[in-house]
Each structure stands twice: as structure tokens, then as C-alpha cells.
Design a protein around this ligand. Structure first.
Ligand code: ZN
Ligand code: ZN
Length: 403
């Protein structure tokens, strides 16, 4: 399979959560071409799972996510996305594989190809799972709830990877809690609208929102112990339509990250308290409303399994190319696939940035500005050696279990 061509094609055709129809079609077609024993489609709308049965032995699940993001690509690459979708209001929403899920799909298909071609070298069952909606909508749990493990074999281990802007050619898993829990919510603050010239007749939700946003930043700074970590981000803030109108309400899109349940509860309580109290302080006519969005658990790499994978990587790539990424504040729902199966998880990070560019940026102290991160409109993993490394990493890790 020409994996680079496949990658460029996937990159040019990004699709949002639960609408990965073209992508899922390509995945199912390639799995069939590779001669896997079963191809299951339409799990959680667009999920695809290939099952390769190869005698008695453990069952290994390899996972890739498939969805893209509403980002206008600015990489200038020949294979950059120019795709858009139209939202309910008729606006054109630009689309981009800005999180590298196209790399994940490509690498997993490459790994299936490699394992399908070397059946005499291993035994067991390979489950190649292509998940919709990691960025939005919790596709992993939706697949589980769509009777995933009645349709495909229950794995003994769940493995996967995420590309990051670390030097291409490098891989590594952080044992233990590896990625943060995330709790997202949309909060509506209720005021009372009116004329901009007569603030005394209104309850201004813009001022209420501004005070809330600032005070929310004290929750982590003042209520969480210095040795613990958490993040509270207000990612969206909407209110009003015109300069001389005081709006009736404001909405805040908030995400909270944490690495353990105690801190998680403490931060969420603090966030609730601040929102309620600022609303009261403003004299709001109605208590604020909250609607939960994505809520993903802490991603925990089973320590023994993670060490086993790291040792296999060191043997494959050389110890210099294996790193410990530490615990990351990003979040993932891959853990739901492992929890539902009662299986250990190992989720490692795959370098995708130009090693030379990273070296220069580190030297100049400009990593933050010069090396685009995931979700940036400039995020552009180097196709090679990223894809080769990602394929080999999946195969080597799977082979740790596939006797
Ligand atoms: Zn992402
Ligand atoms: Zn991602």
C-alpha cells in the first residue's frame, strides 16, 4: 500500500465527528483488500473494525481515531485541505485534520498490512478499530454502547498512539496517568437585556461574564495544591449583537482538566461556586444553566504493560529514540475501549515534527512559537519518518502480545 499517498488523500478530505463517511469507506475498502477475516462497519455511525484471526492466542486491539476539526488550514502544503461543511445557519465551516488523526488511520492500515503479510510469525487475533468522533461526541463510548464487544472479540490489551509535535522518529509511553480527564460544559448566564444607555434598568451579562471568567482563573491558582495540577479554560464567550444593546444572556464554553478524581471534584465544585456566586453578585434574575459536553476520564497506561511496550520500542528503534512524554494535559477517550473490555491500555506518543526544526527551535528558545501544536492551523506532521515509525510502533507493540 502506498501509505504516503493514502495519508495525503485523507489529509485533503477531513470530516467532522460522526460524519467520517468517506474516510470510513476508504478504511473498510482497504481492510477488505488486505484480506482481513471480518470488516464491521457502521458501529456508532461511522466506526469500522477489521478482525484478523490467526489461531489461538491473545486478542490485541489497535485503535485509530478518524475525525478532523473545524480549522481553516494554513500549512500551505500541496495536500492542504480546502474542504468546508455548511452548518445549520448556512455558514461554511472550514475543515482540517489539525490533530493528526489522518496519521493514525494511515499507520493503523499500514500495521494491518504488515501483520496480515506475516501471519506465520504470530498467533492470536488482531482487532483494528477505527473510531469516529474523538474530538467531539465521545465516539469510543458510543462504539462500546453500540454493542462493540458483542460484534468483535474482547481484547486482552488495547493499544494506540497519538502524533505530537516532538521530533519525528521518536516514540514513548508514559506509565500511569498519562493524559488528563476533561470535563466540558456550556454555561448560560442570565441577565436582563435593555438599552445600552440605561444600564441601571438591566442586569448586564457581559460584565457578569467578564467577572466570572477572571474569577474562574483563581480556582486552580488559589484552591489547588502546588503539587497537583489542573487547568480551567474558558474557550468560548458569547454575548450580544450590537454596541448599544445590553444582551439578555452570555454563554461560556469551559473545559476543566485534571489528573485525579479528588482534584477533579474540587475544581468542578470551585467552578460551580464561582459561576453561581458571580451570577448572584450581579443580581441575575435567574440562576445560571449548565449543560455538560465531553467528559473523558483520565487516560491511564497500565504501568507494567507500558514498560513492556517501551522496552520493545527501545529494541526496535534504539533507546535514544524512546522518550517519556510525561503526563499530558490533553485528553482522550481511548481509555473507554479498555475499561469496557477490562483490559490494560497502552497509549503512546509518536513524534511528528521535523527533527531539525525542533533542534533549531530548542536552541533558540522558540519552540512555543515555531513548532505548531495539534489543533493549530499550521500543524503539519512530517509524513516520513512519522508514518514508518507509527506503523512499526503498532506492529512491535502488538507483537508483544501476539505470541
Ligand atoms: Zn485533538
Ligand atoms: Zn487527537
Amino acid at each position: 500500500m502506498d501509505l504516503e499517498a493514502l495519508y495525503r488523500d485523507l489529509h485533503s478530505h477531513p470530516e467532522l465527528a460522526f460524519t467520517e463517511h468517506r474516510t470510513a469507506g476508504i478504511v473498510a475498502e482497504r481492510l477488505t483488500d488486505l484480506g482481513v477475516d471480518e470488516v464491521h462497519t457502521g458501529i456508532a455511525t461511522t466506526g469500522v473494525v477489521g478482525v484478523l484471526r490467526n489461531g489461538d492466542g491473545p486478542t490485541v486491539l489497535l485503535r485509530a481515531d478518524m475525525d478532523a476539526l473545524p480549522v481553516r488550514e494554513q500549512t500551505g502544503l500541496p495536500w492542504a485541505s480546502t474542504q468546508t461543511v455548511t452548518d445549520e445557519a448556512g455558514n461554511a465551516i472550514p475543515l482540517m485534520h489539525a490533530c493528526g488523526h489522518d496519521i493514525h488511520i494511515t499507520c493503523l492500515l499500514g500495521a494491518v498490512e504488515s501483520l496480515a503479510a506475516s501471519r506465520s510469525d504470530w498467533a492470536g487475533t488482531l482487532v483494528a478499530l477505527f473510531q469516529p468522533a474523538e474530538e467531539h461526541g465521545g465516539g469510543a463510548q458510543v462504539m462500546v454502547d453500540d454493542d462493540l464487544y458483542e460484534k468483535v472479540p474482547v481484547p486482552d490489551v488495547v493499544l494506540g498512539q497519538h502524533v505530537l509535535p516532538l521530533p519525528a522518529g521518536m516514540v514513548g509511553a508514559h506509565p500511569g496517568p498519562a493524559m488528563a480527564a476533561v470535563d466540558t460544559m456550556e454555561v448560560t448566564l442570565h441577565g436582563r437585556g435593555g438599552h445600552g444607555s440605561q444600564p441601571h434598568t438591566t442586569v448586564d451579562p457581559v460584565v457578569m461574564a467578564a467577572a466570572t471568567v477572571m474569577r474562574l482563573q483563581t480556582v486552580v491558582a488559589r484552591e489547588i495544591a502546588p503539587h497537583d495540577t489542573a487547568v480551567v479554560t474558558v474557550g468560548t464567550l458569547h454575548a450580544g449583537t450590537k454596541n448599544n444593546i445590553i444582551a439578555a444572556e452570555a454563554t461560556l464554553g469551559i473545559s476543566v482538566r485534571s489528573f485525579n478524581e479528588e482534584v477533579r471534584q474540587r475544581v468542578l465544585e470551585g467552578v460551580d461556586r464561582v459561576i453561581e456566586a458571580e451570577s448572584q453578585a450581579s443580581g441575575a434574575p435567574q440562576a445560571p444553566d449548565r449543560e455538560w459536553g465531553e467528559r473523558y476520564p483520565v487516560t491511564v497506561n497500565e504501568p507494567e504493560a507500558a514498560e513492556r511496550v517501551n522496552a520493545a520500542f527501545a529494541a526496535e528503534f534504539g533507546a535514544d529514540n524512546v522518550f517519556d512524554p510525561g503526563a499530558l494535559s490533553g485528553s482522550e477517550d481511548v481509555g473507554n475501549l479498555a475499561t469496557a473490555a477490562g483490559a490494560p491500555l497502552v497509549y503512546w506518543m509518536l513524534g511528528g515534527a521535523d527533527p531539525e526544526a525542533v533542534r533549531r527551535a530548542v536552541e533558540a528558545g522558540t519552540v512555543d512559537t515555531d513548532i505548531p501544536t495539534n489543533h493549530s492551523p499550521y500543524f503539519a506532521p512530517l509524513p516520513q519518518p512519522t508514518i514508518d515509525t507509527g506503523v512499526r510502533a503498532l506492529v512491535v507493540a502488538a507483537r508483544e502480545w501476539l505470541a
